[in-house]
Ligand binder design. Structure first.
Ligand SMILES: Nc1nc2c(ncn2[C@@H]2O[C@H](COP(=O)(O)OP(=O)(O)OP(=O)(O)O)[C@@H](O)[C@H]2O)c(=O)[nH]1
Ligand SMILES: [Mg+2]
Length: 215
């Protein structure tokens, strides 16, 4: 059986398990009511539990040393129908920032959001910055034009040349960074701190989230 078929079945099984759990919690609530064991406190706890179950999404993180094929596997699993690599994967360090793939069911659209690396200088956490759309650079992704889509997604691998002092200010250990061959004295840092990719895909529409990480 193909890997894609397996994954689809497993995500489906997870969904069915969640649905069954929600049904059983409903039965438990009725049983508590029938036996006069129900209270406002229990009601609030059950409601909170159900909300968590409904909101909860399955996230799979791809973690490993660089150039081990993490991104290539994601390309094969989710973008094979485009007939070409959608996310940049090549020999050497490629994925430069943590990249989340999912489908934004509220906005109901495909897009790429990029958070500039300079936001590391401020005090705001990624969690806080997620609530500030104006800090992110947004690109539309048109699934009818895979060539352009691939070009846009290539941004995830972008690096920029900065001085070693700038790299330190951004929180990098310069010993870990590559030197820019065209710019003596400068080092290469990721251009982005985080990437969010919303893509219509049956598994992402089901709530699956993928996290690709730099090696
Ligand atoms: N022969 C072969 N090559 C592979 C396989 N998987 C990945 N590659 C190649 O290995 C190179 C690195 O793959 P990536 O997917 O970019 O590796 P990565 O783990 O995402 O690396 P970073 O993003 O740098 O952390 C690319 O040239 C891929 O085409 C595989 O199963 N077989
Ligand atoms: Mg990669």
């Amino acid at each position: 059986m193909s890997l894609q078929g397996n994954l689809t079945q497993q995500v489906e099984a997870y969904h069915n398990w969640k649905k069954e759990l929600i049904r059983q919690i409903g039965r438990y609530r009725l049983w508590l009511q029938d036996n006069n064991l129900f209270s406002d406190d229990i009601s609030a706890r059950i409601r909170h539990g159900l909300e968590l179950l409904v909101e909860d999404e399955l996230t799979i993180a791809f973690v490993g040393e660089y150039s081990r094929g993490k991104t290539e596997l994601i390309n094969a699993l989710f973008f094979s129908e485009f007939g070409q690599r959608m996310l940049p994967s090549q020999a050497g360090r490629t994925t430069m920032c943590p990249t989340e793939l999912f489908f934004d069911r509220n906005a109901n659209e495909n897009y790429l959001l990029l958070l500039p690396i300079e936001t590391r200088i401020g005090d705001l956490s990624l969690q806080q910055l997620r609530k500030q759309p104006e800090r992110w650079v947004k690109h539309d992704l048109d699934e009818r034009d895979p060539e352009i889509m691939r070009e846009v997604l290539g941004e995830v691998a972008r690096v920029k040349a900065v001085s070693t002092a700038e790299a330190r200010a951004l929180g990098f250990d310069e010993g870990m960074l590559e030197h820019d061959r065209n710019n003596p004295g400068k080092v290469l840092v990721p251009a982005w701190r985080n990437a969010q990719i919303s893509i219509r895909h049956p598994l992402f529409e089901r709530g699956l989230r993928i996290l690709d990480t730099p090696g």
